[in-house]
Ligand binder design. Sequence first.
Ligand code: C2E
Ligand code: CA
Ligand code: CA
Length: 507
Amino acid sequence: MSQPLPLDTHALEHQLDAERAARALAEATLAEHTQELSHANASLKGICDTLSARIGELEEERARVLHIGRTDSLTGLVNRGAFLSGLTEKLAAATRFGMTVGLYVVDLDRFKDINDTLGHEAGDLLLQEVGERLADVARANDIVARLGGDEFAIIAEMNTDGADAIPLAQRILEALLEPVDIMGRSVSPGASIGVALYPNDAGDASDLRRYADLALYRAKAAGRAQFKVFDTALRQEGELRRTLEADLRRAVDNQEIIPWFQPVVDAHTGTVRGVEVLARWNHPDQGLVMPDKFVPIAEELGLIGKIDASIFEQACVIAGPWVGEGLIETLSCNISPRELLDVNFAEHLIERIGANKFPAGALMVEITETFLMQDMDLARRHIERMAEHGVRVALDDFGIGYSNLRALMQLPIDTVKIDRSLTRDIDKDDRVRALVRLLAQTTRALGLSFIAEGVEDEAHAIALRAVGCSSMQGYYFARPMPPEQMSAFLRRADASTPVAMPQLNVA
Ligand code: C2E
Ligand code: CA
Ligand code: CA
């Protein structure tokens, strides 16, 4: 049985007060914490806002940097790097969806002229205008790029049979023939275009570029302001070139690159003064390959230094005795402009002369102006170093390029060789004759020798002698020949008599 608890109101009141106080404390604490939390909340929100603003800025920055990284700053077109990745992406998409992609490489025909005559600012304006026109001609999904210099490209999606390849090429050509007003002058940029299609012509991006480039070279060679679409004939040529490249890498070690010689004769007496060594490639399957076929490839592959050194050494061994016996005064060697950009070139040459015991004073190194223009300071150092050792330097192919007369005055150059394109017209064109006469007078005033090459007939020889040319070289006197034949030629019984027609011997 339970007893009712005694009603202790006093105790109850006391308990109730305690509970109320506890609640008030709890409420105060809650209020306090709520306030803290809302402060914390507010500051967290602030931090969040700052962070998201910063992220926004960073994203914009990234997009801007990416854009700059992908854009050619002058024209606003896609740059070379982005072109390469764009090409890979387009080809991958074309493979997936069974489409055709056309690669158009566009090279301006007259950019250099315009740049040289109107200045860089005009050149830049022209490039910008060309960029705009190409972008206008291209369709929305096409990629229009500037690959560098005055070279542009369009990557275009095509019909599967590539039937629209030619109309686009025509539109590009027309767009670039339209004259542009630049600094008050009306100039037509004019362009050559090479086209190759994926997958019809090439199976990957690198072949596609090679083939479009090959087509471009062909368009340029065909007289500019044209387009050329890659075809089977070009494919064969491309394959031949690839084999040549592979063969050339082995050719030097296999001693297939051999020296031939062509005499240089005195313009007044007609007697042989010297010989120029000209490289020939004795190819195991293709027979004799001429330098214009393999020298450019060797330059591109970085093999020309090895070839020039090998030709030089062979020529020293063969022509050393000719010098020793007084049959010739000079041996001329061609040196690739590419090799002359090597800072150690002159040092190496001097070492090689010593190693081969060749008399330095009998050596003439033929260089072209291209090299002088590329690095005048290095050119000066090389030429001065060679001159200190008694090696003579000839400027080859003079009169067709810059014809830098200042270089003739300032550098210890010994001889100027005028290009055969000038010789060819000397008896037919008064202006050419006047130009060659002027060059001959200038070189004489500077105390230099003046050689004309490409002398093919008597009329050339007579005209050249009349304008004051000191030595001549050409088929009229003798074609380039192998060493044994050259040796026999130099030792022929009548070696002291002139090589050429008697008229030449008349003072
Ligand atoms: P180049 O130095 O201007 O040599 C003269 C070229 O004209 C030679 O062509 C020669 O055979 C040719 N020639 C000579 N007389 C006549 C003529 O009367 N009529 C015509 N139409 N041509 C004539 P080649 O031997 O085919 O050499 C072509 C070029 O290849 C040379 O032009 C030179 O730039 C380069 N080359 C030749 N051998 C070497 C070499 O060992 N090293 C380097 N780096 N380049 C070389
Ligand atoms: Ca030469
Ligand atoms: Ca020449």
